[in-house]
Design a protein around this ligand. Structure first.
Ligand code: NAD
Ligand code: ZN
Length: 255
């Protein structure tokens, strides 16, 4: 292994081994090795598609077009599997070091890998809700509604338009998720920031909370993030390579 990375891996493992309340904030970069493109990396979606399509106002004005885009988007998430980085976090949780994962991802891969305490800041791809009465639907039922009545899918109770339970631009984050994330950040003395450009708010404020409470920050990302200056340790590389090495080193420290 490259000695510089080797030393950073050792230092990161040391911080984790000595932490009292370690949490993780994950972004799209932890799932690229599972085959889901991120938004702002070199192959990111927003380099090909205008992000306006993911705004709440676009959804309200053009719900049919929005749903066409969304159905295409969801197809990419089907059959994807967790990768080594997701599994490394499961091990850290099982060893008792990692107390929770705050994720900006909607792919459900942390839970699929086996992580128990996951806070989803930007919603999920499990359910869809009626914007008028709030009734929830599973995707299987939505596909049936679309087959019968076309796009956009509408509520069988009140005919309101259905919206995926993902947070669109211009929408607030789910109250309980963001409040729990802030509470965890205030308790934390170490945060691992993994595969996030730290450019989407308010998620990007979470490392600031840990830092302002005298906690430590470890950032692992392929390229610079907007908050590398917060990092006590910053490692540039692939999470699927680096996280398992850190976990191995934590195990050695643990023995
Ligand atoms: P982002 O696209 O802004 O940044 C991802 C970062 O991860 C980039 O800086 C990139 O260099 C880095 N990266 C990519 N592959 C990596 C790897 N293998 N190892 C280490 N780093 C890697 O992502 P974000 O900060 O999460 O914000 C984007 C928004 O898009 C979020 O709100 C999220 O909800 C959503 N999103 C989610 C998914 C998903 O659920 N998997 C996918 C795309 C976008
Ligand atoms: Zn309804």
């Amino acid at each position: 292994m490259n000695t510089e990375i080797d030393n950073l891996v050792k230092s990161a493992a040391e911080l984790i081994s000595n932490s009292n309340y370690c949490i993780a904030l994950t972004g799209a970069g932890i799932s690229t090795e599972s085959g889901i493109p991120d938004f702002r990396g070199p192959d990111g979606l927003w380099r090909k598609v205008n992000p306006e399509i993911a705004t709440y106002s676009f959804f309200m004005k053009n719900s049919e077009k929005f749903w066409e885009f969304h159905l295409n988007f969801v197809k990419k998430f089907k059959e994807v599997k967790p990768n080594n980085a997701h599994y490394a976090l499961v091990e850290l949780e099982k060893m008792g070091f990692l107390k929770c994962i705050i994720t900006q991802n909607i792919d459900g891969l942390h839970q699929a890998a086996g992580s128990k305490n996951v806070i989803e800041l930007h919603g999920n791809l499990r359910t869809v809700s009626c914007i008028s009465c709030g009734r929830k639907y599973r995707y299987e039922d939505v596909y049936m509604l679309i087959e019968q009545c076309g796009l956009p899918p509408k509520c069988i109770e009140c005919s309101g338009v259905l919206k995926p339970d993902v947070v669109l631009f211009e929408e607030p984050l789910p109250y309980e998720a963001i409040m729990t994330a802030y509470t965890e950040a205030y308790k934390s003395d170490l945060i691992l920031v993994l595969g996030s450009s730290l450019s989407v708010y308010p998620a990007a404020t979470i490392p600031d909370i840990v830092k302002s409470n005298y906690g430590k920050v470890i950032i692992i990302n392929l390229q610079n993030t907007e908050k590398d200056h917060l990092g006590d340790i910053v490692i540039y590389g692939r999470l699927g390579d680096i996280l398992p090495k850190i976990v191995e080193q934590v195990k050695l420290n643990y023995k």
